[in-house]
Ligand binder design. Structure first.
Ligand code: UD1
Ligand code: F6R
Length: 686
């Protein structure tokens, strides 16, 4: 995930070397979030010169690049503003031109680091190109830097020399999407403006003397007469500034030496200062002359007029995981957001349209293929199983699902008119990559469903869809599963977009998808009940069965995999229809069984299987829809209710309780959930 860091020193002597080290250190504290490239922007030797160094790879590589370039380290700056970034590619591959900071022009009059997505960047880019701006990257961010220059120049031509915060307000007016943003400019030396919308940003403050105030006033534009502030002739630069809050003045009224640390994550600020101010959406932080000002364009009723400077008492480790004990737990709880991000900008919920940019020009070729082969490993394989049936139903093509290793072992025949869909979180799994090469060699069309932008799989497939779930750090895959699932459903929908006979079904599924993030939130509320269930009935068990059929077979397999890989408890996912063909022999009054009995056309058959279990003294844990009580309290060990959705999406909700069960079983057994024994996050060996 992208990370932002900025450092401003005012009346505190720092050598360029120290400034670089502070920026690099700040970036290193963001590394845990996952990224693929990094960069910094600082002042150069000549007046108004900005030095940008950036490169793909680790922050360590950036440090080496700075050394390689022989950047001079001894010049002392008593006031200086530097910005830095770690990038997790969304627009364009990880390569130097796409790394942040991005510049407005070869002179780097404005440099920008950005987290988030500018959704109208294409329109902005078209406009800026028509005004003669030359773009150097494939990113959405670059249009922000160009926009700064464009608006600055336009104002200048009209005789207005804007304050930095006035300028950013005009820029923000043009931007759509989400952002955390820092901007530095040669026209405003020693200053930084930063803002956020849907992406976090905070400011840490460090002063020698104790701060006299623990808040900063919010300055609202609509309370001031900005018609005059645009015009320097009528209202001077200084005039405007002195009228605002002076939070960091010493007792004698003189500016006091201060350092400011701006970041998307308190983890990179805490070693410098514990005094931090968290910006709210649409706040603009403007730092200059040792002062921090917070501006907002508009005051709505109820808006707070101050921002508190808080004292962070958290340890670094706590910050990285937020309120969660483990990354896995954090990632489970991120699913309302990550599933939303998978759909963002791709589903038009009003007009029931799907637009997968990465597949657009390949849709007809895929539709013309003789069959679809889905190939993956582990959890990613389960997301293929979970969606196979809806792909078959909507696309009316035969679909086979293959484990990459077995597919290769069998040297399964592949033809030029096959479409092979590869699903992988990391995009680097060796078995899946070998299978990809095998299919490429045979001339098949290859499609990737991948989380890591710029990964080998994302690069080597003909086309594909990034699931945009954000980096997954816990070894056990959770949020990638739900996002892969949604991405595959979206593929099925876009392959059948123009089928009149499928229209009703399309609408039903799209309406269902819209509600999924909110419904996942509801299921996450089961955590306390699940914790209790694990404590009361499951902690000391040796084995566990999960029963499901139809859409829920994949959920049963995925639940069993989660449970074994992190709690080390033997568990097996069983197709409920197969129970009577052997597995029933295991059932007795002791063996814990989780049965998925949510409503779909197979519901009566699942009830049958559950009854077979109950009549052999089994007491299953039933996962069913709200309002359904499949078994009485005596018959069931527990009932977990989940909201109802369209049959082909129900697995997205049903998998959440089993993710939580596996997590709590592992925690209760004292296992390091994020790093289970013998397993690695990315399996790059055969
Ligand atoms: C793209 C942007 C996304 C932005 C959106 C706005 C990138 C990486 N994505 O998303 O940030 O919000 O435009 O319109 O710039 N691909 C493969 N194999 C894979 C995965 C993807 O070849 O396994 C290819 C796709 O075919 C496509 C490109 O990578 O050419 C980007 O894919 P994706 O991010 O899914 O495209 P968009 O959703 O259009
Ligand atoms: C299970 C898990 C693994 C991966 C598998 C494939 O929690 O994480 O089973 O799903 O190793 O990895 P990717 O999706 O990166 O190809």
């Amino acid at each position: 995930m992208c990370g932002i860091f900025g450092y401003v020193n005012f009346l505190v002597d720092k050598s360029r070397g120290e400034i670089i080290d502070t920026l690099i250190d700040g970036l290193q504290r963001l590394e845990y979030r996952g990224y693929d490239s990094s960069g910094i922007a600082i002042d150069g030797d000549k007046k108004g010169e900005t030095l940008i160094v950036k490169c793909p790879g680790k922050v360590k590589a950036l440090k080496e690049e700075i050394e390689r370039l022989g950047v001079e380290r001894s010049t002392i700056f008593d006031s200086h503003a530097g910005i830095a970034h770690t990038r997790w590619a969304t627009h364009g591959q990880p390569m130097v031109s796409n790394c942040h900071p991005h510049r407005s022009d070869p002179d780097a009059e404005f440099v920008v680091v950005h987290n988030g997505i500018i959704t109208n960047y294409r329109e902005l880019k078209t406009l800026l190109l028509s005004k003669g701006h030359i773009f150097e990257s494939e990113t959405d961010t670059e249009c922000i830097a160009k926009l700064f220059k464009h608006i600055y120049d336009t104002n200048l031509k009209a005789g207005f020399e804007l304050d930095f915060n006035e300028l950013i307000k005009q820029v923000l007016y043009e931007l759509e999407g989400s952002y955390g943003l820092l901007v530095k400019s040669k026209h405003y030396p020693g200053e930084v403006v930063g803002t956020r919308k849907g992406s976090p940003l905070l400011v840490g403050v460090k002063t020698d003397k104790k701060l006299k105030v623990d808040f900063v006033d919010v300055e609202f534009t609509d309370q001031q007469d900005f018609s005059t502030s645009f015009n320097q002739d009528l209202m001077g630069h200084d005039n405007l500034r002195t009228s605002q809050s002076r939070a960091f003045l010493a007792d004698d009224g003189l500016p006091m030496p201060a350092e400011f640390f701006l970041s998307s994550d308190p983890a990179s600020v805490i070693q410098h200062t514990k005094k931090v101010l968290f910006l709210e959406d649409d706040d603009i932080a403007h730092i200059y002359d040792g002062e921090l000002h917070i501006h907002r364009a508009k005051k709505n009723a109820g808006d707070s007029t101050i921002r508190q400077i808080q004292t962070l008492e958290m340890e670094l480790n706590e910050i990285m995981k937020g309120p969660y004990k483990h990354f896995m737990q954090k990632e489970i709880f991120e699913q309302p957001e990550s599933t939303f991000n998978t759909m963002r900008g791709r589903i038009d919920f009003e007009n029931f349209n799907i637009n997968l940019g990465g597949l657009k020009s390949f849709i007809n070729s895929i539709k013309r293929s003789r069959r679809i082969i889905m190939i993956a490993c582990g959890t990613s394989y389960h997301s293929c199983l979970a969606t196979r049936s809806i792909i078959e139903e909507l696309c009316e093509l035969p679909v086979v699902v293959e484990l990459a290793s077995d597919f290769l072992d069998r040297k399964s025949p592949v033809f030029r008119d096959d479409t092979c869909i590869f699903v992988s979180q990391s995009g680097e799994t060796a078995d899946s990559m070998l299978a990809l090469q095998y299919c490429l060699d045979r001339g098949a069309l290859t499609v990737g469903i991948v989380n890591s932008v710029g990964s080998s799989m994302s690069r080597q497939t003909h086309c594909g869809v990034h699931i945009n779930a954000g980096p997954e750090i816990g070894v056990a895959s959770t949020k990638a599963y739900t996002s892969q699932y949604i991405a595959l459903v979206m593929v099925a929908l876009s392959l059948s977009n123009d089928s009149i006979s499928k229209q009703q079904r399309h609408r039903e599924i799209i309406n269902g998808l819209k509600k999924i993030p909110e419904q996942i939130k509801q299921v996450l509320n089961l955590e306390d009940k699940i914790k209790q269930l694990c404590n009361d009935h499951l902690n000391d068990q040796k084995s566990l069965l999960l029963l499901g059929r139809g859409y829920q077979h994949a959920t049963a397999l995925e639940g069993a995999l989660k449970i074994k890989e992190i709690s080390y408890m033997h568990s097996e996912g069983v197709l409920a229809g197969e129970l009577k063909h052997g597995v029933l022999a295991l059932v007795d009054g002791q063996l814990p069984i989780i049965a998925f009995a949510t409503r779909d056309s197979l519901f009566p058959k699942v009830l049958n299987a559950i009854n077979q279990v109950v009549s052999r003294d089994g007491r299953p844990i039933v996962i069913c829809n709200e309002g359904d009580d499949v078994l009485s309290n005596n018959e069931a060990l527990a009932t977990l209710h989940v909201p109802n959705t369209v049959d082909c999406l129900q697995g997205l909700l049903n998998v959440i309780p089993v993710q939580l069960i596996s997590y709590w079983l592992a925690v209760n057994r004292g296992i390091d959930v994020d790093f289970p024994r013998n397993l690695a996050k990315s399996v790059t060996v055969e």
